[in-house]
Design a protein around this ligand. Structure first.
Ligand code: SF4
Ligand code: SF4
Length: 444
């Protein structure tokens, strides 16, 4: 059961984030120089190709929920890379000396204008790349723009505040080992066994601030599933936080530091598997970007909870008691799991085992619409109206299925659905994959 007071308290805390950010003092010239230095350094062959290959066909616009919901040309995916394209043309392209004659240099005002375009109005969902005839990876370019703006001290204050907190105190929204212990004690009091700080374990579960504070049922559900399967697992208080505000804000060094805490703990206990909670961006942060300190690949597998649970169902190791066959449910694919991670079959396998009436949205899976709340957009206060408009596409898509429940596998999506639902008194239930699965575990 979600405590709505905690939900509203979380929304209130977001409103005050800008007051907590420590602004970076820099002259305008220094900001431009820092931003350009990141853009130059990150423009490798593949990004250069993306920047040069755009034929301005405009197909990507129709695929972007921010353009689609506003019809405002400034939200066109290709335009979001224009600043990067200008710096590339003038400084890193083959014809830079000639291009400098007719392509203008970027200014600090350009950087400030692009803050909204690469944070508020791009969730790095990757949908535009699926439509683009040239296969241009706009999300990657946007991520480079975020890194450039962060270095220039021009990331949104909300994301800057949390990234600075995570880098400094190691907490997120004030949640650290002490708060984790309190939540673990609370769940243990409900009779759920939760191993914490075991010295050796095959599986290390990481969780996230939002599960510790708000979606405690998701943490409890994951624990119950792991216990039911007889897995030797643990949480570790020095490396439990999966949310990575370095990635969201655009700081590569902070991203690596946050990932390193998890990697160190997993190595210390000899984990063969690390299970990432229902948190979209936490998955690529560890699975695709996570490395050992010497740059080598991680020596353990990284799975999202929905992926793990679906895999266990498909392998015949996890059997569920069929639920209410008249209940109509639909699944919302989190972009970072489905489009970026290929995790589409597994959540569906888990939902199919529930014995309910599962309905697909149209389009679905890798072509599914983003909910508009990912990549940190949910925390940016001024983006609320834009985010809600984008979410309306999602809501209509779900309503068209006739489902009474939308099932999600990402806490950010869930927050965005809850905020959208509250605004328009949307009656559809919002549930998580692990919670539905845990509710159908057979008694032993
Ligand atoms: S990655 Fe997603 S949000 Fe960003 S421009 Fe492309 S479609 Fe829009
Ligand atoms: S679809 Fe691709 S080629 Fe066409 S405008 Fe968009 S980014 Fe450029």
């Amino acid at each position: 059961m979600i405590n709505m007071d905690v939900f509203h308290g979380f929304l209130e805390a977001i409103r005050h984030l800008p007051e907590m950010a420590q602004p970076t003092a820099m002259t305008d010239a220094e900001r431009v120089a820092k931003a350009k230095s990141v853009m130059r350094a990150k423009t490798d062959r593949s990004l250069a190709l993306d920047l040069e290959a755009c034929v301005n066909c405009g197909y990507c616009s129709e695929s972007c929920h921010f353009f689609q919901s506003t019809q405002d040309a400034k939200y066109s995916p290709s335009r979001k890379l224009d600043l990067l394209r200008r710096v590339h043309a003038r400084e890193t392209s083959a014809f830079a000396p000639i291009k400098r004659l007719f392509v203008s240099d970027i200014t600090v005002n350009d950087l400030k204008e692009w803050q909204e375009l690469v944070y508020d109005s791009c969730t790095e969902c990757g949908r535009c790349s699926m439509i683009c005839p040239m296969g241009i990876n706009t999300a990657r370019g946007v991520n480079v723009m975020r890194e450039a703006l962060y270095e220039a001290g021009l990331a949104p204050l909300e994301l800057t505040a949390v990234a600075q907190e995570q880098a400094g105190r190691g907490t997120v929204f004030g949640v650290g080992p002490e708060q984790l212990q309190q939540t673990v004690d609370l769940l243990r009091g409900q009779g759920i066994a939760i191993p914490l700080n075991e010295p050796r374990a095959d599986v290390m579960l990481v969780t996230t601030v939002i599960d510790v504070l708000l979606y405690q049922d998701a943490l409890a559900a994951t624990a119950r599933i792991l216990n039911h399967l007889g897995v030797n697992w643990t949480l570790r208080s020095k490396g439990f936080e999966a949310a990575n505000f370095g990635l969201l804000a655009g700081s590569e060094s902070l991203q690596k530091a946050a990932t390193q805490r998890i990697v160190d703990e997993a190595l210390a206990i000899g984990a063969k598997t690390v299970i990432v909670p229902e948190c979209g961006h936490a998955y690529p942060a560890l699975r695709w970007d996570g490395r050992l300190s010497d740059g080598q690949s991680l020596p353990f597998e990284v799975l999202a909870t929905a992926e793990y649970v679906g895999r266990e169902v498909s392998a015949g190791r996890l059997h569920l008691t069929p639920g209410d066959a008249t209940r109509k449910i639909t699944y919302h694919d989190a972009c970072k799991l489905a489009r970026h991670g290929g995790v589409m079959k597994e959540p569906r396998a888990a939902l199919a085992a529930l014995g309910m009436d599962v309905r697909e949205t149209s389009p679905t899976a890798e072509k599914n619409w983003c909910c508009g709340g990912g990549a940190g957009a949910f925390l940016i206060n001024r983006a609320e109206g834009l985010r809600h408009k984008a979410w309306e596409i999602k809501r209509e898509q779900i309503d068209a299925t006739g489902a009474d429940t939308v099932v999600v596998s990402c806490g950010s999506c869930r927050l965005n659905f809850m905020a959208g639902a509250e605004k328009v008194q949307w009656e559809t239930k919002i549930e998580s994959v692990v919670e539905l699965v845990a509710a159908q575990l057979p008694s032993k």
